[in-house]
Design a protein around this ligand. Structure first.
Ligand code: ATP
Ligand code: MG
Length: 425
C-alpha cells in the first residue's frame, strides 16, 4: 500500500506555489514599507506555552492541538498559532525591555480541525505583532497596513473590516458573569455547542453560527455596557483615525475572537466569497499577554492572516497577474553538433542578463520537437543554435507569441537585444 499524506495537510504543487510566492512577496514588500522586521521561531513549543496564552478553555487548546510527549517525556505541541511563540521568543531574547518592536513572521500552523475548503490541519499564516505601544495609533497602523495590502493585491473590493472592543480583563470578567446569568436561565434554548461553552468559554457563544442562539442573544446584556472609559476612549480614537485615513469598517458588537488573550481592540477582515470560512485576517490587542508569559508588562497588538484563504480568494477573483507562474522567458533550441557551444552561450547570457529566465533544451530531439517544447514552456522567444549559427557566431531568434519572421542576431549583440526585448519584474 502506498503511504499517503496526513489528512488536512496538503502538498503545494509548482502550479500553486507561484501564487503563494506572489502573495508572500507582496506581503513582505508592504511590511517592509511600514518598517516591520521578520522574526522566526520554532514550530514546536512546550504545550504549557499555549495553555497559558491561548487559554485552557479555548477550542484550540481543548481539542485542536497536536500534542505529544517527546523522547524525554516533555509535553510538546505543534504551534496552533504564532503569537504565543513570538512573545516567548521576544521575552527570552530581551526584545521587549523598554523597546518598541514591529515584527512579522510566516509559516505553518497546526490544528486538528475538520478539513474543508479554507480549513486545514496544516495551514499557513502571516502574523504581524507590534510591541511596546498602547495607543490606538498603532492599532490604526496595522489596519492601514492590511488595507494597503488588499489594495495592492486587488482584493480590497471583496473584504470588509469588522471591529469591536473587548475592554479590560476585568470588564470581560464582569460581562461574562452577566452573560452566563442571562444564558443559564435560557439553557434549554441554546444549541449544543453553546451549552458546552456556557461553562468553559461563554463569550464565544456570541459568535455562534446557530440562528436560534443568535436570536436569543438579541436581548442579552451587551458587552459595550461593561467596557471601562479608558477602553471606550481608545476605541473612539481608533475609529476617528480610521475615518481620517478613509478605511471603512463595521462595528460588530458580537466579535469576540476565539482566544483568551485579547483586550480592547479586536478586528476581522471578512469576505463573502469563500463560504463559511470567510475570515481572511484576524487580530487585536493583547496588553496582558507578555506579562502573563513571564515578561515585564508590555502592551501589544497584532493579527494573523490565513495564507490558504487569501490564495483561494485571489484565485476566485482572478486577480493574480498573468506573469505569475511563468518561469521561462527564453528557450534555447540546439540542433546539430553544438552541445558545448550551447552551454557556453547559455551561461554567458545568464551572466549578462541576470533578470532573464533562460531554459536550455536538454535531452536532444529534432528541431520540430524542440520548438514544440519551447512553445509549451511559455517562453516569449526561442533562440536557435545550429551548426551554421555556431560557425558564424550568430543565433536565430524566433518570437513565439508574435507573428514575425525569424531573425538572425550576432552572439555579441544578443545580450543587449534580449534586454531590450524582455522586461521582467
Ligand atoms: P476561524 O473562525 O476560521 O476558525 P480562528 O478564529 O480560529 O478562525 P485565528 O486563530 O484568529 O482563526 O487565525 C487567524 C486566521 O488564520 C484566520 O482568520 C484564518 O484566515 C486562518 N485560519 C485559522 N484556522 C485555520 C485553518 N484550520 N485552516 C486554514 N486557515 C485557518
Ligand atoms: Mg478556528
Amino acid at each position: 500500500m502506498k503511504i499517503q499524506s496526513i489528512r488536512g495537510m496538503n502538498d503545494l504543487l509548482p502550479e500553486q506555489s507561484a501564487t503563494w510566492q506572489y502573495l508572500e512577496k507582496t506581503v513582505a514588500n508592504v511590511l517592509a514599507r511600514y518598517s516591520y522586521s521578520e522574526i522566526r521561531f520554532p514550530v514546536l513549543e512546550q504545550t504549557e506555552l499555549f495553555k497559558r496564552s491561548v487559554g485552557e478553555a479555548t477550542d484550540i487548546v481543548e481539542k485542536e492541538m497536536y500534542t505529544f510527549a517527546d523522547r524525554n517525556g516533555d509535553m510538546l505541541s505543534l504551534r496552533p498559532e504564532g503569537t504565543a511563540g513570538c512573545v516567548r521568543a521576544c521575552n527570552e531574547n530581551g526584545l521587549l525591555h523598554n523597546q518598541i518592536q514591529r515584527l512579522w513572521y510566516t509559516g505553518p500552523m497546526f490544528r486538528h480541525e475538520r478539513p474543508q475548503k479554507g480549513r486545514l490541519r496544516q495551514f499557513h499564516q502571516v502574523g504581524v505583532e507590534a510591541f511596546g505601544l498602547d495607543g490606538p495609533d498603532i492599532d490604526a497602523e496595522l489596519l492601514m497596513l492590511t488595507a494597503r495590502l488588499w489594495k495592492t493585491l486587488k482584493i480590497d473590493h471583496a473584504v470588509t473590516l469588522q471591529i469591536n472592543s473587548l475592554g479590560s480583563a476585568d470588564d470581560r470578567a464582569n460581562y461574562r458573569l452577566a452573560l452566563v446569568d442571562y444564558l443559564s436561565a435560557r439553557h434549554d434554548q441554546l444549541d449544543e455547542d453553546s451549552q458546552r461553552r456556557l461553562h468553559t468559554n461563554p463569550m464565544r457563544i456570541l459568535d455562534s453560527k446557530n440562528a436560534n442562539t443568535q436570536a436569543l442573544l438579541n436581548d442579552a446584556p451587551s458587552l459595550e455596557d461593561y467596557i471601562n472609559s479608558d477602553a471606550k476612549a481608545h476605541f473612539q480614537q481608533l475609529r476617528d483615525k480610521l475615518d481620517a485615513v478613509g478605511i471603512d469598517y463595521q462595528i460588530n458588537p458580537r466579535l469576540v475572537r476565539g482566544l483568551d488573550y485579547y483586550s480592547k481592540t479586536v478586528f476581522e477582515w471578512v469576505t463573502t466569497h469563500l463560504g463559511a470560512q470567510g475570515t481572511v485576517c484576524a487580530g487585536g490587542r493583547y496588553d496582558g499577554l507578555v506579562e502573563q508569559l513571564g515578561g515585564k508588562a508590555c502592551p501589544a497588538v497584532g493579527f494573523a492572516m490565513g495564507v490558504e484563504r487569501l490564495v483561494l480568494l485571489l484565485d476566485e477573483l482572478g486577480v493574480v497577474p498573468d506573469s505569475v507562474g511563468q518561469t521561462v522567458d527564453v528557450y534555447l533550441v540546439a540542433v546539430g553538433d553544438v552541445d558545448s557551444h550551447t552551454l557556453v552561450l547559455a551561461e554567458k547570457l545568464r551572466t549578462a542578463c541576470p533578470t532573464i529566465r533562460l531554459q536550455t533544451n536538454c535531452g536532444g530531439g529534432s528541431f520540430k520537437s524542440q520548438m514544440k517544447k519551447a512553445d509549451k514552456s511559455g517562453a516569449a522567444l526561442a533562440l536557435i543554435l545550429g551548426d551554421d549559427e555556431a560557425a558564424n557566431k550568430t543565433v536565430g531568434v524566433k518570437l513565439l507569441r508574435q507573428d514575425k519572421a525569424q531573425e538572425t542576431v550576432g552572439q555579441e549583440q544578443l545580450a543587449d537585444y534580449l534586454t531590450t526585448l524582455i522586461t521582467t519584474d
